[in-house]
Design a binder for this molecule. Structure first.
Ligand code: SF4
Length: 357
């Protein structure tokens, strides 16, 4: 379907169109193409949600746009802030009344916005509450960008310094919308988040990682690793049956080389499953082979979700064991970040999004 002719419900949804698509839109409605740059700047830099704010467009053009087009694809529902950590969770609603969540995680001098790319998720990673919800739909590029817009309006545009595509859903299974949203962020006319401050996290869709590398968008890539062994990774992440660890490691090695960036390996610590001596040794070997850093994530219990099967058996690695695991990695000159739980009092920690709603 031509994105320029898709209408929600009967009007054209402008939010989510790239710069080239907006230029084409204006040519199609009989206006000069530079109007596309003006509208792009209003939507994605000024974060405007009202045509009447766009004073460098004539009143006649603004009225024409109001008749034919829409600007907002997502609506604010609620927000909660963790008293423990300052982590802020936003609850948004799509035009079809689907609920999605985004989270701002404040750390030292930066604040990272974690955004969603799908409603729910089809991948069923065994440690993840979002996966237990199942999959509802892909978000559009506009719905992905609007999470930033609404969070920035509330929290302060200048205070959001980084973005991670790590909320609900697998971004590379919603490839076109994800890429379009990244293209919007990568334009000079967009609000001050450079591509270098954006990280896309994937469970491992190897061919799409290679495709993304070819696009030269310069965003950073994180792979949800969670085990260096094929059989264990398959038991934790069923998608490993389709795209093996080996395929994914080849793909991320290619991505690192092509984009000249380091890969982040996400590693949720699961007691007696991936916190053994052999796991440590395998991680050290892997880190020598691919330019990377490791993000260690303590496991957030899923007991409140009444999980069944393998999910029900998962337990967190004790804190003292995580600390010694991390120390051994650091002793081997590996860069390690530990994300001790951020915001589990508001169900905003890793793998907890959209449970309550
Ligand atoms: S960890 Fe990510 S990819 Fe896996 S089920 Fe959860 S949201 Fe989906």
């Amino acid at each position: 379907m031509n994105r320029l002719t898709s209408k929600i419900p009967e009007k054209i949804m402008l939010k989510g169109l790239t710069l080239d698509e907006l230029r084409t839109f204006f040519i199609e409605i009989g206006e000069p193409k530079f109007r596309g740059e003006q509208l792009f700047s209003w939507m994605y830099n000024n974060l405007s949600t009202d045509f009447d704010e766009m004073l460098n467009l004539s009143k006649g053009l603004r009225n024409k746009l109001k008749e034919q087009a829409e600007l907002s694809s997502l609506f604010f529902v609620d927000s909660e802030t963790s008293l423990e950590t300052g982590t802020k969770k936003f609850i948004f609603k799509t035009r079809e009344d689907h609920i999605i969540e985004s989270v701002i995680i404040p750390e030292d001098k930066r604040s990272t916005l974690c955004i969603s790319t799908q409603v729910g998720c089809p991948l069923d990673c065994q440690f993840c509450a979002t996966g237990l919800m199942g999959y509802k739909k892909n978000l559009s590029a506009g719905e992905i960008f609007d999470q930033y817009l609404l969070a920035a309006k509330d929290y302060g545009k200048d205070k959001i310094t980084n973005i991670v595509y790590m909320g609900m859903g697998e971004p590379l299974l919603n490839f076109d919308a994800t890429v379009n949203s990244l293209m919007i962020f990568s334009e000079n006319l967009t609000a001050g988040i450079s591509s270098k401050k954006i990280t896309l996290s994937t469970a491992g869709i190897a061919p799409k990682i290679v495709e993304l590398a070819e696009m030269n968008l310069k965003v950073k890539l994180a792979l949800s690793l969670h085990s260096c062994f094929e059989d264990i990774r398959t038991s934790i992440m069923p998608i490993n049956k389709k795209y093996s660890l080996k395929e994914n490691l080849d793909a991320v090695a290619y991505y690192a080389k092509k984009t000249d960036t380091k890969i982040t390996f996400e590693y949720v610590m699961l007691k007696d499953i991936n916190d053994r001596e052999e796991d440590l040794e395998a991680l050290i070997r892997l880190s020598r082979y691919i330019p990377s850093k490791i993000n260690i994530i303590p496991f957030n219990s899923l007991k409140h979700m009444n999980p069944v099967g393998f999910s029900a058996e998962l337990e967190p690695t004790p804190k003292h064991k995580i600390e010694s695991f991390v120390q051994t990695l650091r002793d081997n000159d590996i860069t390690v970040m530990v994300r001790f739980t951020q915001g589990d009092d508001i169900a905003a920690a890793c793998g907890q999004l959209a449970v309550k709603y």
